[in-house]
Design a binder for this molecule. Structure first.
Ligand SMILES: [Zn+2]
Length: 870
């Protein structure tokens, strides 16, 4: 009886083992070391390779399961290290492959060898992929999150951190790079076998290589260990790397200072990938988009220089946070991404204090709060139940909300104490893994405060609170506080509460006054002071919440010059959000626009333009001329005085202010004088690019395309098709997205299906047209009519724009369009990894817009009707 039951149990076990895992690999075996040898030729669309994995088997199992996707395993052997026998390959569906010798693997050390073949993608930027630049092909890898399995069978989960020994067999004389330095290069027929030093322990998603005729630019030694540092760019572009060369060493040094630890790897190569819109932090081999790293002298923009520095700081921050200490599983993706975003911006601010990074952050925080206002948002620490969840984990919530929450924590705990906690965390977990609990434990220990429950209320639930505050001066003056969940109109109400640090600025006091609000209400006692005449409930705008303020209260604070630039940017963002929640009337906010638009700080001006863009869908067509007039009145004087022409001696802030005010006056305000001049400017720029400030080119081309008719459209189009320069093509395509005439809009949309253009580049035309009131219907109709053809051309990797396509219809802001979007996309999204959640969010955006329009349209209309006509 006992025996029979035991046998049944074993039979059950065998049956279970024959089925591949569904998400995670079984824990019965783990890798200790993996050698990978790959034959890769950038000119070929196939590759072949072999692996050898040293294993530790903990539980006997008949099948050893690994991750593999799109690979054909041609042979395998498995067994104790000295006694490998042939292994049968067990198919495991899309993500797994099994190996079996017929009898269970005994606990203890074992070894797997396998040979396989796979494809080099020329469409997707994941796994092993190739890109053509100039007249040559280059091969790159992008494995995060779950695409290492496309390059070789492996334990493709971040919890397995092992040394990797990579050997690449490449065409003779071709540059081959990987995470660690080259040990030997051996000629082998027409190929070179390039062997790299074993890496420190790394998860599979951080393994990387690049192969092609790169130009290698020596940056020299950088950092405390004088790490050899280089840039790898396509042939002929070495001269365009001045900014990357100049900025990398100081950024690395600032990060080392923050951590008080040297850069943890042996070398640092930064590699440019043509056509990529992302960057990736692989140890020793950080990858960036080509147009981010490389700028031709004279074409550099302020934005491109700043974006590069910010991206570089983010990726290099990962070398400690993510690479040296790695999350144990994808539910803690935020731990490395939020932190890298947070420290990346902090270090960029130190690198160039004049850039106003902290003021930019106020706008970014407001955007994070807006993205977090849908009930379908992810939590920062969202449980991972499927592949969809892994792909969805790399979203705004992980990056932007996570960063904002860390900023709040740092402001609450103090900069020094927070840094002590970070350093203690790294000391404790260097080389290994850690979880959110490890991080908050280190912060709590370093600061003596209970961090876990405060952070937990932000990690484990969506959304953010609104804080109402009022002064009471009967007895000791105090600030009475209360919290409730922020709810945008059109989204469901959900009961939630936060434990949150609140710091207010109060008249007559230098330092902010703070408390941790743990219940629905609380107070800050203002001992020893008079009754304050004003206060602002979010000092430095560091809190991840919205203070509720009426338009009149905001006006008093703004007119009284009580707020810093950071706080004024936050107020502008909050006003927009309070319109969306129905707490403030849209018409009252329109009444504040002239005051905000006059602000001396360019960030406030840009945030004000943002409010108007958000309110644009609420404006009835009949009142659109008055709305445009309002825009021109608010920004036009400054726009016309700054004009399209940069003056010698203009500082970067003036140039960026010009870009904002001229952009919004010409775009949303449709200023006819600016448009006419833009057409002339665009024509001159096509002949001679030096005639226009590079920072103004996108706004000028868009305004010109909207007003320039067919002749200019044809010129821009011909130029976009002709040029072999990616940066130039990018500018021209953005410009072509500025057309308004329906015939031209149709012709512009046709470019998305034009084989002469890379759809990864031409997709910007669709986004630009979906954004504008006059063209979004045509953009949506085009998408529906050509969806399958477009999707076949676009990449299907984890950074693919395909799951986001439902957003093309969101700006239409109508209940019947919602049904249209849902009807068209529901089945299609279900077949795309990560698609269902993104569709649900897009649909909720429509709900919000429809409800907002219903609630606030009368207020907008009344305000516009009270104004002079256009
Ligand atoms: Zn990152």
């Amino acid at each position: 009886m006992v025996h029979a039951l035991g046998l049944l149990a074993i039979l059950g076990l065998l049956a279970e083992e024959a089925a591949p895992p569904t998400l995670r690999l079984p824990a019965g075996a783990r890798p200790m070391r993996q050698a990978v040898e790959l034959a890769v030729d950038p000119n070929l669309e196939v590759f072949s390779g072999s692996i050898e994995i040293d294993l530790e088997v903990r539980e006997p199992s008949r099948i050893l399961w690994l991750n593999a996707a799109g690979l054909r395993v041609t042979s395998a052997s498995l067994g104790p290290a000295g006694d490998l026998g042939p292994a049968e390959v067990v198919p495991g569906g899309d993500d797994f492959v099994g190996f079996s010798t017929g009898s269970p693997l005994a606990p203890g050390p074992a070894r797997l060898r396998a040979s396989f073949e796979g494809r080099v993608s020329r469409r997707d930027n994941e796994g092993i992929f190739a890109v053509e630049e100039g007249d040559a092909w280059y091969v790159f890898t992008q494995f995060e999150a779950i695409a290492a399995r496309r390059a070789f069978p492996c334990f493709d989960e971040p919890s397995y951190k092992i040394p990797w020994e990579v050997t690449l067999r490449v065409p003779h004389g071709t540059v081959a790079l990987s995470n660690s330095p080259v040990v030997t290069t051996r000629a082998d027929g027409e190929r070179d076998a390039v062997r790299f030093a074993p890496t420190p322990p790394l998860p599979s998603y951080l393994v990387a290589f690049a192969v092609g005729p790169f130009e290698l630019v020596d940056v020299g030694p950088s950092g405390r260990n004088r790490t050899p540092t280089r840039l790898a760019v396509p042939r002929g572009r070495g001269a365009d790397t001045a900014w990357a060369r100049e900025s990398t060493p100081p950024i690395l040094a600032l990060l080392e200072d923050y951590f008080d630890r040297p850069y943890p790897y042996e070398k640092l190569d930064q590699v440019a990938i043509p056509g990529a819109g992302f960057a990736m932090e692989h140890p020793g081999l950080v990858t960036y988009g080509l147009t981010s790293m490389v700028q031709r002298p004279g074409e550099e923009t302020i934005a491109s220089r700043r974006d590069w520095a910010g991206t570089c700081a983010h990726e290099l921050a990962h070398q400690w946070f993510g690479n040296l200490v790695t999350m144990a599983w994808w539910d803690d993706t935020w731990l490395s991404e939020s932190f890298a975003s947070w420290l990346g911006d902090k270090v960029t601010d130190r690198f160039r204090p004049g850039w106003g990074v902290a003021t930019d952050r106020a706008a970014d925080r407001s955007r994070a709060l807006a993205n977090d206002s849908v009930a379908t948002a992810r939590r920062i620490r969202q449980p991972i139940a499927s592949k969809d969840d892994i792909v969805n984990a790399f979203d705004d919530v992980t990056y932007e909300k996570g960063q904002a929450v860390l900023e709040m924590l740092e402001a609450w705990l103090g900069e020094d104490a927070f840094r002590r906690g970070v350093r203690a965390y790294l000391d404790r977990h260097a080389g290994g893994h850690a979880t959110a609990a490890d991080f908050t434990a280190a912060l709590s220990a370093a600061t003596g405060r209970e961090v876990t429950s405060v952070l937990g209320t932000f990690l484990d639930q969506t959304g953010a609170p609104v804080i109402a505050a009022e002064v009471r001066c009967d007895g000791v003056p105090r600030l009475l506080l209360s919290q409730r969940p922020y709810r945008a109109l059109g989204s469901p109400a959900e009961p939630k509460a936060w434990k949150l640090p609140v710091c207010a600025r109060v008249s007559g006091r230098e330092a902010p006054v703070c408390t941790v609000l743990t219940g629905e209400t609380g107070e800050i006692r203002l001992e020893g002071g008079p009754c304050p005449s004003w206060f602002y409930a979010n000092s430095g705008a560091a809190g991840y919440f919205r203070p509720v303020q009426s338009a009149a209260e905001s006006r008093r604070l703004l007119e009284g010059s009580h707020l810093t630039a950071v706080e004024r940017v936050a107020v502008a963002g909050d006003l927009g959000a309070l319109v969306a929640s129905g707490d403030v009337a849209a018409g009252d906010v329109l009444g504040l626009v002239p005051l905000l638009a006059r602000d001396p700080d360019r960030h406030v001006v840009a945030a004000t333009a943002g409010i108007l863009r958000d309110l644009d869908p609420l404006v009835p067509d009949a009142l659109a001329p008055r709305f445009r007039h309002l825009v021109r009145e608010a920004f036009g004087e400054r726009a016309l005085s700054l004009g399209w022409t940069a003056r010698p001696g203009d500082g970067e802030d003036v140039r960026l202010l010009r870009r904002s005010v001229v952009g919004v006056t010409a775009g949303l305000g449709r200023d006819p004088d600016l448009a006419r001049e833009a057409v002339a400017r665009a024509g001159r720029w096509l002949d001679d690019p030096s005639t226009l400030d590079p920072d103004l080119v996108p706004a000028a081309l868009a305004a010109a395309a909207g007003a320039g008719g067919r002749p200019l459209f044809e010129r821009l189009k011909a130029e976009a098709l002709k040029t072999d320069d990616r940066e130039q093509r990018e500018r021209l395509l953005w410009g072509l997205g500025g057309v308004r005439d329906p015939d031209l809009v149709r012709d512009a949309l046709a470019l998305l299906l034009d084989d002469r253009l890379d759809p990864r580049e031409s997709i910007v035309v669709l986004w630009a047209l979906a954004y504008e009131r006059d063209t979004r219907r045509l953009a949506f109709e085009f998408l529906k009519a050509n969806y399958e053809a477009l999707v076949a051309r676009l990449p299907h990797d984890e950074m693919s724009p395909v799951p986001y396509l439902p957003y093309v219809g969101v700006g239409l802001c109508a209940a019947d369009t919602r049904r249209e979007i849902e009807g068209f996309f529901a089945k299609r999204a279900a077949t795309i990894t990560g698609g269902p959640r993104i569709l649900a969010q897009a649909l909720e955006r429509v709900d919000q817009c429809v409800a907002l329009r219903q609630a606030q349209r009368a207020s907008v209309s009344a305000h516009l009707e009270s104004r002079p006509g256009s």
